[in-house]
Design a protein around this ligand. Structure first.
Ligand SMILES: [Zn+2]
Length: 330
């Protein structure tokens, strides 16, 4: 299973932005995400790869962006019986918890009708990502309490069980030198036990009522990752490590062919030799992709998700000759 994350978009500084400019940017971001979704759907079928299309952190002021994507999924659902996007994350962790939960309830009501999963954030992820800076967050805010997770569970479960919780257990976006990040996956275990006790009979057989998401997976110890999975984590985000692998591919390429990349003509093989095939941007980008594939393979192994999706023989794609899923926009 391949999981693709579409980041929300970065605005330079919202506070100084005239409202119309913000609306224009949101419209463009909606169009960009929808365009990406159709592209991925079209190609995924060609490769026979099951894909989950998820969007990451969306703060309160960017909710109109998710509104546009949910509307697109509603339109798509009418024709295809499935949503365009699989899942959206709302990051309302900057708001008071009751408001965070109330807004999530509204969205879950709308999204669960068309089979879209909601990921909500509780507590905060430290570090910096997509222009959201929590580098100076108070230590206690980096760890969610079982009572808070239970509040979310109680509020959302009656609507639908199609939600996940990005609870804070010391997670940090970014990679830092050892000793600076203190992950406490046991917080998730405590919460599962607390909620299992509260809900008694209605607890699931595995006693893990909550589906958790692990933010800031980059640079994490394998032991912490495996422990988090045992406590009910079903999804882990890595961004920083894939940013590095992508960049590292470009860096290695430039190092290897440095003397062929200094002008259009002239390299160590001769002053009149053309360099076109070296500076073609597709070459360093391919190198970046290869490095990223390696990093993702490691990630799939860390998360114990290799060869478990039951993919059989790849069937001939049916969207070649005409519109089916993702063939043409609706
Ligand atoms: Zn995150």
């Amino acid at each position: 299973m391949m999981l693709l994350l579409l980041s929300s978009f970065q605005l330079v500084d919202h506070s100084f932005m005239p409202e119309r400019a913000l609306i224009t940017q949101i419209k463009a971001a909606i169009a960009g995400a929808i365009s990406g979704a159709f592209h991925v759907r079209t190609l995924a079928e060609q490769y026979g790869i099951p894909v989950i299309l998820h969007t990451d952190h969306c703060s309160k002021k960017l909710l109109p962006w998710v509104d546009g994507l949910v509307s697109a999924s509603e339109r798509y659902f009418k024709t295809h019986g499935e949503p365009l996007f699989s899942s959206h994350m709302l990051d309302l962790s900057e708001e008071p918890i009751h408001e965070n939960i109330e807004i999530c309830k509204e969205y879950l009501q709308r999204m669960s009708k068309i089979g879209v999963l909601l990921e909500m954030e509780l507590g905060i992820t430290g570090g910096e990502e997509d222009g959201v800076n929590n580098e100076d967050a108070a230590q206690e805010d980096l760890y969610s309490k079982p009572e808070e997770i239970y509040e979310v569970y109680k509020a959302l479960t009656p609507i639908s069980n199609m939600f996940t919780v990005a609870a804070a257990f010391g997670n940090v976006h970014g990679v830092y030198s050892p000793g600076n990040v203190k992950l406490e996956p046991k917080i998730l275990d405590k919460a599962q036990k607390f909620i299992t006790e509260k809900i008694g009979e209605s607890a699931p057989a595995d006693k893990k009522p909550v589906l958790f998401v692990f933010h800031g997976g980059s640079g994490s110890d394998l032991q912490d990752i495996r422990e988090a999975i045992d406590y009910g984590v079903i999804k882990m985000n890595i961004d920083t490590d894939t940013q590095w692998s992508y960049w590292n591919g470009i860096r290695e390429y430039e190092k290897k062919f440095h003397d062929y990349l200094q002008g259009q003509i002239g390299n160590p093989e001769g002053a009149t030799k053309p360099n076109k095939k070296y500076y073609d941007p597709r070459e360093p980008l391919r190198s970046a992709e290869k490095m990223t594939v390696q990093r993702l393979e490691q990630c799939f192994s860390d998360l114990k998700c290799q060869n478990i999706c039951g993919l059989g023989e790849v069937k001939a794609a049916s969207n070649v000759a005409g519109p089916r899923r993702g063939g043409l926009p609706v």
